[in-house]
Design a binder for this molecule. Structure first.
Ligand code: LLP
Length: 418
């Protein structure tokens, strides 16, 4: 039973009818289940029980303050990729000491700000970045805690745009470079080496790429121990996939935990803490995008259902050809037709489903696009001057608007006639 289920033929999020939210807040609207975020976090945490670990939620997956607040309350740390994300995390009440800062292109200003806030660690991705961070830290009279991101060159077997652990990708340093870089980092006055890090990709549907990557990290940690470089943590990134209803089998957090535990065994005696950076698996299933059908049209080749949400609200289908489950909010048991579900934007890429078998949808009725909690609102834009959709957090039988719909005034607030 997921957080979104039918009660008397009406789709609910926890105890609230989606129709009620749409009526009060309008459409399109993102709806999240607090209970599902809590369940997912606890399941992930429980899967790593027995291994000293920190869960650094990947803020990029969903960075809305109201969602971050739930993760803060659960005791999560954060994986950030910009100072903007740190700002949000701190605004949500997050602890800077449990922040790791990833990304291949941190600016000096970002480094200074993060050092000033006292973040837990920088995930450094190149020799040049390390040199700059050393200089920035020394001139601030500080030492930056550093974990070096290695590129283990394993195939995550996911969409090429979200695969990051191959040597053809821009991320991390090669295994060959890593040992030397660690040794020189250990001598830098502005740097305190604390860990090693990798992230091989997102929406992984197998555990073997994780265990292959960990095996490489383990080997490196052991070599470094011999070199006299003692690490405190191993960060294996995020990446565990979720079920988008397409029929894939996804490892459960428990299966993932088991695989990780086995792969890390050789390091037990070194007293290492495991860091993880999950995003999608914590928030993905908790969200839906609720939209209203505007029109239908058909020709000899196709049937189209045109809804009021568009690719600016949810980019994943347009960008990756991703599959999201789609359900009518009322009366799901109707004869089905094959249709494309599309938005109002002037691009052929503006679709949510193609040739999908769905109950024949009527103008005016509501539709729920599922598994939108991760990389939905966070990737939304104002393309076609469409205000970003409001977001609602449901808890039991009540809901809170955690972000209101943008106004046209806000859209032009920073602009001037030239
Ligand atoms: N850590 C790092 C360094 C990352 O780059 C990412 C995601 C994560 C953690 C979290 O990965 P997750 O657990 O969510 O798989 N927009 C794409 C996903 C891009 C992921 C980028 N990095 C999508 O909609 O599928």
């Amino acid at each position: 039973m997921g957080p979104f289920e039918y009660r008397d033929h009406e789709l609910h999020c926890e105890g609230v009818a989606l129709a009620k939210i749409a009526e009060e807040v309008g459409t399109p609207v993102y709806v999240y289940s607090r209970g599902e975020i809590e369940r997912a976090y606890r399941a992930f945490d429980a899967a790593l029980e027995g291994i000293p670990h920190e869960i650094c939620y990947a803020v990029k997956a969903n960075s809305t303050l109201g969602v971050l607040g739930v993760l803060v309350q659960l005791g999560a740390g954060a994986d950030i990729v910009s100072i903007g994300e740190m700002y949000r995390w701190l605004r949500a009440g997050g602890d800077p000491a449990h922040v790791v800062f990833s990304g291949v292109g941190k600016t000096e200003t970002e480094m200074k700000t993060a050092l000033g806030a006292g973040i837990g660690a920088f995930n450094v991705e190149s020799g040049e970045e390390l040199t700059v961070l050393d200089r920035v830290a020394q001139s601030a009279g500080k030492r930056a805690r550093v974990s070096i991101r290695v590129n283990p060159d394993v195939d995550a077997e996911t969409h090429p745009y979200i695969s990051t652990g191959l040597k053809t990708n821009k991320f991390g340093v090669t295994m060959g470079e890593a040992r030397e870089l660690f040794r020189s980092a250990a001598k830098m006055r502005g740097i305190e080496v604390v860990g090693v890090d990798c992230h091989i990709g997102s929406q992984l549907t197998k555990t073997s790429p994780f265990t292959d990557a960990i095996a490489r990290l383990v080997e490196l940690v052991q070599q470094l121990a011999k070199d006299g470089v003692k690490l405190r943590h191993v960060d294996i990134g995020g990446g565990l996939g979720i079920d988008y209803g397409k029929g894939e089998t996804i490892p459960t957090p428990a299966e993932y935990g088991m695989a990780v535990r086995t792969a890390l065994k050789p390091l037990t005696s070194l007293g290492i803490t495991l860091f993880t950076e999950p995003g999608r698996v914590l928030v993905g299933q908790a969200g839906a995008l609720v939209t209203r059908v505007l029109y239908r049209k058909h020709n000899e080749a196709k049937h189209f259902t045109i809804v009021d949400a568009a690719m600016n609200d949810l980019m994943r289908p347009a960008l990756y050809g991703s599959f999201h489950p789609i359900d009518p909010v009322e009366n799901p048991d109707r004869p089905k037709i094959t249709t494309d579900v599309v938005g109002p934007i002037c691009e052929t890429g503006d679709f949510f489903a193609r040739d999908r078998s769905l109950p024949a949808l009527e103008p005016g009725e509501l539709v729920s696009i599922g598994a939108c909690g991760a990389y939905g609102s966070a990737m939304a834009s104002n393309y076609n001057t469409r205000p970003r959709a409001p977001e609602v957090l449901v808890s039991g039988s009540s809901f809170t608007v955690i972000r209101t719909r943008e106004t046209y005034e806000q859209l032009v607030a920073n602009e001037r006639l030239g």
